[in-house]
Design a protein around this ligand. Structure first.
Ligand code: NAD
Length: 353
């Protein structure tokens, strides 16, 4: 077969290592950062303070106000704190919410970002930022958003609760799955995607059974990095659009929504993307990707219905309308009635079809 594709690698520096004062100093030196503001979420503030102690006099302070969906008001407060404390870089310690805040600050100030991820969201290796203002979520992509350096330290993920580990891992898997049928897909991204799905599929059941299993955690973090790289490199389709709508317009939690919708989105696209499905099935070790993903979710004990995570039944029609409102590429055409049926099954927790 003659290959036709374009592939653009993104300039991130990736370090898998144990966080230490020496490692942080070396990485901040590379970035030319003299004083870093540490960012984190309110529940992770104590750990953020530990990182501040590791930084010594290179730590400008801790801003523990990161929340989901990157509200502009929080970003403005953080930028004000950065300027007041004379910081010239950020160290983000947390999941996608904290990374989102770092990206939003970098977009406004151009300071370098060092990200220490503690979930499997994958945002740290993408040039994508979703921000909310006045209840509206806007997504943009820019090289200025891409974090410069990422330190993956498996020990910092051990405290991620099993349920959140499962949904966050499936959120990562969704990036890889959709990368396999992306319109702008390429062989390198496909290799990463298949490897990511396989790593996450073998790691997540072990993590749920034993959350402190470092080998399984390390595999999941590796899968999360690869998945995030897929998300940052090629375009996403139906699954991500549906989750964006459900999160943005109905306030559903990010990772949980991805975990529930994924098997249904795969079933919707199955017949239109046979090669991608064969690779997903191989990576999962399952005969059918949609059924395999649904079975994995059941094995992991996650919520499998949108109803259980707060989706109102009377919102399904509006969600279907929003999902077809703006046209976007998907391997199978976006058909309103079929999307409405997909949402009904996901709402009820039925198996995908
Ligand atoms: P999150 O960052 O909001 O974290 C969820 C919760 O888990 C928080 O309360 C946090 O304090 C806690 N937590 C995180 N790590 C922990 C750990 N190791 N131990 C204990 N508690 C921990 O959730 P998320 O799913 O990582 O990120 C979701 C956000 O990221 C959404 O806003 C989403 O839109 C965004 N996102 C963006 C991209 C992108 O490329 N732009 C990609 C993926 C996700």
């Amino acid at each position: 077969m003659t290959q036709h594709f374009a592939y653009q690698a993104l300039p991130s520096r990736i370090v898998f290592d144990t966080l230490s004062p020496a490692l942080l100093a070396a990485e901040l030196d590379r970035l030319g950062v003299a004083r870093a503001l540490i960012l984190t979420t309110p529940p992770q503030e104590a750990r953020g303070q530990e990182i501040a102690r590791m930084l010594g006099n290179r730590g400008a302070g801790v801003f523990a106000g990161a929340v989901m969906h990157t509200p502009v008001a929080v970003t403005e407060q953080a930028v004000e704190t950065l300027r007041r404390l004379g910081a010239d870089g950020v160290v983000a310690f947390g999941g996608g919410s904290t990374t989102g805040l770092a990206k939003a600050i970098a977009l406004r100030t151009d300071v370098p970002q060092l990200i220490v991820p503690t979930t499997y969201a994958g945002s740290e290796v993408t040039p994508i930022l979703g921000e909310t203002e006045g209840g509206v979520k806007t997504t943009r992509t820019s090289p200025a958003i891409l974090p410069e350096t990422v330190i993956y330290d498996v020990d910092l993920t051990l405290s991620l609760p099993p349920r959140l580990s499962a949904t966050s891992g499936l959120n990562a898997m969704a990036h890889a799955a959709e990368a396999l049928y992306a319109r702008d897909g390429n062989p390198v991204t496909a290799l990463m995607a298949e490897e990511a799905i396989a790593a996450l599929a073998r790691a997540l059941p072990r993590i749920v059974a034993a959350p402190e299993d470092r080998d399984a955690r390390s595999d999941a973090l590796y899968g999360a990095w690869l998945s995030g790289t897929c998300l940052g490199t090629v375009g996403m389709a139906l699954h991500h659009k549906l989750c964006h709508t459900l999160g943005g317009s109905f306030g559903l939690p990010h990772a949980e929504t991805h975990a529930i919708v994924l098997p249904h989105a795969m079933a919707y696209n199955a017949a239109a993307a046979p090669e991608a499905m064969a690779r997903i099935a191989r990576a999962l070790g399952a005969a059918d990707p949609a059924a395999g993903l649904f079975a994995l979710g059941r094995q992991l004990g996650i919520d499998q219905s949108l109803q259980a995570i707060g989706m109102p039944a009377d919102g399904l029609d509006r969600a279907a309308d929003l999902a077809v409102e703006r046209p976007y590429w998907n391997p199978r055409p976006i058909e309103r009635d079929a999307i409405r049926r997909l949402l009904a099954r996901a709402w009820a927790g039925d198996a995908p079809e």
